[in-house]
Design a protein around this ligand. Structure first.
Ligand code: ACO
Length: 431
């Protein structure tokens, strides 16, 4: 293994140290490149750029590996639950019984949304996009709790614990309130219930009748949120880190991450998958139209739920969720024609040269919507559920940035390709 690398530019060679991550990932540390050579690296979309060191999640896209703090996602899916995995991701270790109790108590104590904040909802039309409401209301948490989780939190870790618990618990409650606001239903108060049961209560209870928990539903919701807990330096997590690097408070950074997640190429894909499956169903098609259109190369016709920026093999989360779909539907005694369509579409795509040669496999979003649907969660709420699940990962990444004494503000460079210098022309002389 080399202990340094060199870059030859304009006939001159410049040495740079090599960095090796704990799982053997190789990088060349080019922090001094521009200073030494006057050049920068052009890496559109940052596919070859490590923007940070991180100890939260290890992802090997070539081999379909995903581990949080060293624990394989498959083991967490089998043995853990969402809140325990959230603790692991944020604090680095699985909680002891005492830590578990403290964390759970803090989540319960911070689950409600103040009346003042509830009034923010009055400004939104009922049909406002759920993710737009979520980012605005999480942004307004920064107004309510501006003294919490600034990047001085190192001096007061109690304060960070409180802010992290608030974010996890309140974003869950806000998500449920968005669901109720969209339907014109009155808001409900959180109860003394475990996290996922509380989410189901907040969404589905009636003022006159409590939601009756179904263990299989709670278990499936736990699994699907856990599957979304963290995913290395994806678009929304990088956004949270970037905003956090300016010294912005946790809630402001989370609000920015929610906006990044809302796009159809990222978290919005779960909604797009469901719309695609529904269209195939309504058109009595076998999926050929979507597969053929996806092969045309246009971004707007991509096969939704397929492909991934880093996985060049299968997405391990898709495997877990795909298997869970069959189990959950069976346990709930439901069948869903969209699940059959999804299975058939997957098989057809995996036999097609276009998808094989580009190593495009189903991603986490391909099957997650089927489970959400089975749980009674409407399509336009899928990305909000994703955000509830991803909140711990965003918090863990924000914490790494905020607590790094050597951290710098994130500030990429560019290659300018615009007009070169010219002189100002008054309006009368412009043609
Ligand atoms: N359907 C058809 N073609 C695709 C798809 C797709 N879903 N995904 C990638 N391709 C094509 C690209 O057009 C490209 O073709 P080319 O080589 O002929 O130019 C080739 O496959 C390679 O593309 P990648 O470099 O692998 O894709 P990129 O990293 O730019 O994008 C992304 C990754 C955004 C996830 C893409 O695969 C996509 O748009 N998928 C559909 C949306 C989706 O499911 N997003 C959810 C991702 S998971 C998440 O964010 C939680």
């Amino acid at each position: 293994m080399p202990n340094d690398a060199s870059i030859k530019i304009d006939g001159k060679e410049f040495p740079y140290p090599v960095m090796i991550g704990s799982e053997g990932e190789k990088a060349v540390d080019v922090r001094n490149l521009r200073k030494d050579t006057g050049y920068i690296f052009y890496d559109q979309g940052y596919g070859n750029t490590g923007s940070c060191e991180s100890q939260v999640t290890f992802l090997d896209g070539d081999n379909g590996i995903l581990r949080h703090r060293g624990y394989p996602i498959e083991q967490l899916a089998e043995h853990s639950n969402f809140i325990e995995t959230a603790y692991l991701v944020i604090y680095g270790e699985l909680p002891t019984a005492k830590q578990w109790k403290t964390f759970s108590d803090l989540l319960r104590a911070n689950s409600a949304i103040e009346t003042q904040m509830q009034r923010v909802f009055e400004g939104f039309p009922k049909d406002a996009p759920p993710m737009a409401m979520l980012s605005s209301i999480v942004g307004s948490l920064a107004a309510h709790y501006h003294q919490l989780a600034t990047n001085n939190f190192e001096k007061d870790l109690q304060q960070f614990d409180l802010a992290a618990a608030m974010a996890i618990s309140k974003i869950r409650t806000i998500g449920a309130m968005i669901y109720r606001h969209s339907r014109g239903l009155p808001f409900l108060h959180p109860k003394d219930l475990p996290f996922c049961d509380n989410l189901l209560h907040l969404m589905f209870s009636e003022p006159y009748q409590d939601y009756v928990a179904i263990p299989e539903v709670t278990k499936a919701l736990n699994l699907i949120l856990l599957m979304h807990t963290d995913h290395e330096q994806n678009c929304s997590t990088s956004t949270v880190r970037m905003v956090g690097s300016s010294g912005a408070n946790l809630f402001t950074s989370l609000s920015a991450g929610i906006n990044a997640l809302s796009g159809p190429l990222h978290g919005g894909a779960n909604t797009a998958v469901m719309n695609m499956l529904q269209s195939i169903h309504d058109e009595h098609d076998d999926g050929t139209r979507f597969i053929e259109a996806a092969k045309g190369g246009s971004k707007s016709n991509r096969l939704m739920g397929f492909g991934h920026a880093v996985y060049r093999n299968f997405d391990p989360r898709a495997r877990v969720i795909g298997q869970a779909c069959d189990v959950v539907l069976k346990k709930l005694g439901k069948s869903d024609p969209l699940l059959d369509i999804a299975h058939n579409l997957e098989q057809a795509a995996l036999k097609d040269d276009y998808f094989i040669s580009r190593k495009l496999y189903p991603n986490v979003d391909f099957y997650s919507g089927i489970i959400f649907r089975a749980l009674g969660i409407p399509t336009n709420m899928f990305t909000v559920m994703f955000a509830i699940g991803r909140t711990p990962g965003w918090i863990a990444n924000w914490k790494e940035v905020a607590s790094n004494p050597k951290g710098r503000i994130y500030r990429p460079r560019q290659v300018y390709t615009g007009v070169v210098k010219r002189d100002y022309v008054t309006i009368a002389k412009r043609s």
